[in-house]
Design a protein around this ligand. Structure first.
Ligand code: SF4
Length: 366
C-alpha cells in the first residue's frame, strides 16, 4: 500500500491458503503473478531461456503446455534448471497429468470435465495429493459441459460458476484441498459476474485473467478493465494478464495493474501531467528519462513529474518526491515541501538523486 493514501478498498476475500511448491497462494499471501511460456515445451533450451527471463522480470510461477508425452518428458529438466514453481497445463489426457506429477511439477492445471470421466479425474487428484502438488481447476467459456450449455443456452456467468462449483465439490469430496480455481471468459462483464457468483460458494483461491485478450495495447486495457473490478472487489489470489506477445510483457502488465490499484506496490510509481498548455519543459522526454533511470529500484515511492511551477507545488503534495518544470529552472519537492530550485538541465539528475536517497532510507527501515 502507498503510505500516503487511506485503504478505501473492500477487504480481500478470505480464502484458504494453498501451496504451489514453495509459493503460497491465497490467505494472507500477496497476489501472485504468473505467466505461461509461449515456447514448444519439448524445446528445453528455448523454454528455459524464456523461463529465466520470466523469473528475472519477477514472475512467481510459470506454466507450460504439456500436449504430449514428449513435452511431459521435458519437465524434469525444466524443473532442475528453474527457481520458481512449474505448472503443467493439461487438456484431455489424464495420463499426461500423471506423468507431469511424477516429473515433480508443483501444480497441474486441468479441467476435470475434459480428462475422460470422473475416475480419471480422481486418479489425477490422488496423484497430486501423493506428490504434494496443487491442482488448478480451470473452467473456460469455450469448454463448458454440454448439460450446462443446454440448461443455460450459453456460457453465462451462472453456467460458468456452476461448472466451477461442481468441479470444486468433486475435488472437495475427495478430501483434497490444495486447489486453486479459475474461470476464464473473454467477455469482461461475464467474467466479473461469474466470479462474484462463485465467490459466494467457496473459499478456494482464484486465479484470475481475461482469456484471449489479444495484442497490446488493447489487451492490456481489456485485462485492466476485467481484472481491476475483480481485484477491487477483493477477488483474485494469483493473476495472469494474457497477451499475444512475449510473456515477459505479461509480468510487467500484472505488476503495473497491482501498482495502479495500490494493492501490491513493488516499484516506484511515476505520475506526470497530461497534455497541458502550461507545460514549460519537454515533459515526455523527462518522464521517459526518469522512468528508465529508476527502473532498477524495487521500493514503492510515488514520484510526480509536473510540467509547470504554477500548480506543480499543489499537485505534487501527494507524492513522496516531485519536480515541477519551469523556464530555465524547476523546483524539487519532497513530501510536499520545497527542497531546492534546480537548473532545468539538472532537474532529472536532482530527482534521481533524491529518489535513490529515499529508496535507501526505506530499504534500511524494511
Ligand atoms: S502542473 Fe502545470 S503543466 Fe501540469 S497539468 Fe497542472 S497546470 Fe498543467
Amino acid at each position: 500500500m502507498n503510505a500516503n493514501e487511506p485503504n478505501v478498498l473492500p477487504p480481500r476475500r478470505k480464502t484458504r491458503q494453498v501451496t504451489v511448491g514453495d509459493v503460497t497462494v491465497g490467505g494472507d499471501a500477496p497476489i501472485r503473478v504468473q505467466s505461461m511460456c509461449s515456447t514448444d515445451t519439448r524445446d528445453v533450451r528455448k523454454t528455459l531461456e524464456q523461463i529465466h527471463r520470466l523469473e528475472e522480470a519477477g514472475c512467481e510461477m510459470v506454466r507450460v503446455a504439456v500436449p504430449d508425452r514428449e513435452a511431459a518428458a521435458a519437465l524434469p529438466e525444466l524443473i532442475r534448471n528453474m527457481q520458481v514453481p512449474l505448472i503443467a497445463d493439461i487438456h484431455f489426457n489424464h495420463r499426461l497429468a500423471l506423468e507431469a506429477l511424477d516429473a515433480g511439477v508443483a501444480k497441474v492445471r486441468i479441467n476435470p470435465g475434459n480428462v475422460g470421466g470422473e475416475a480419471r479425474a480422481k486418479e489425477v487428484i490422488r496423484a497430486a495429493e501423493a506428490a504434494g502438488a496443487a491442482v488448478r481447476i480451470g473452467v473456460n467459456s469455450g469448454s463448458l459441459e454440454r448439460d450446462l450449455l443446454e440448461k443455460y443456452g450459453y456460457p453465462t456467468p451462472a453456467a460458468l460458476a456452476e461448472s466451477a462449483a461442481r468441479h470444486l465439490a468433486f475435488v472437495d469430496d475427495l478430501g483434497f484441498h490444495n486447489v486453486v480455481s479459475s474461470i476464464k471468459s473473454t467477455h469482461v462483464p461475464t467474467n466479473l459476474a461469474a466470479h462474484l457468483l462463485l465467490a459466494e460458494q467457496t473459499d478456494v483461491p482464484f486465479h484470475i485473467g481475461i482469456t484471449e485478450a489479444g495484442m497490446p495495447p488493447y489487451a492490456v486495457t481489456k485485462s485492466a478493465a476485467g481484472l481491476g473490478p475483480l481485484l477491487m472487489h477483493g477477488l483474485g489470489d494469483t493473476i495472469r494478464i494474457s497477451l499475444t506477445t512475449d510473456p515477459v510483457d505479461e509480468i510487467k502488465a500484472c505488476f503495473d495493474l497491482l501498482k495502479a490499484l495500490d494493492i501490491r506496490v513493488t516499484s516506484p510509481e511515476v505520475v506526470a501531467c497530461p497534455t497541458c498548455g502550461r507545460i514549460d519543459i519537454d515533459l515526455e522526454e523527462v518522464v521517459r528519462d526518469v522512468e528508465s533511470r529508476i527502473a532498477d529500484i524495487k521500493i514503492p515511492i510515488r514520484i510526480s513529474v509536473l510540467g509547470c511551477a504554477v500548480n506543480g507545488p499543489g499537485e505534487a503534495r501527494e507524492a513522496d518526491i516531485g519536480i515541477a518544470g519551469g523556464k530555465g529552472s524547476g523546483i524539487l519537492f519532497r513530501d510536499g515541501e520545497l527542497v531546492r530550485r534546480v537548473p532545468e538541465d539538472r532537474l532529472v539528475d536532482a530527482l534521481e538523486e533524491e529518489v535513490r536517497k529515499l529508496a535507501a532510507e526505506r530499504e534500511a527501515l524494511a
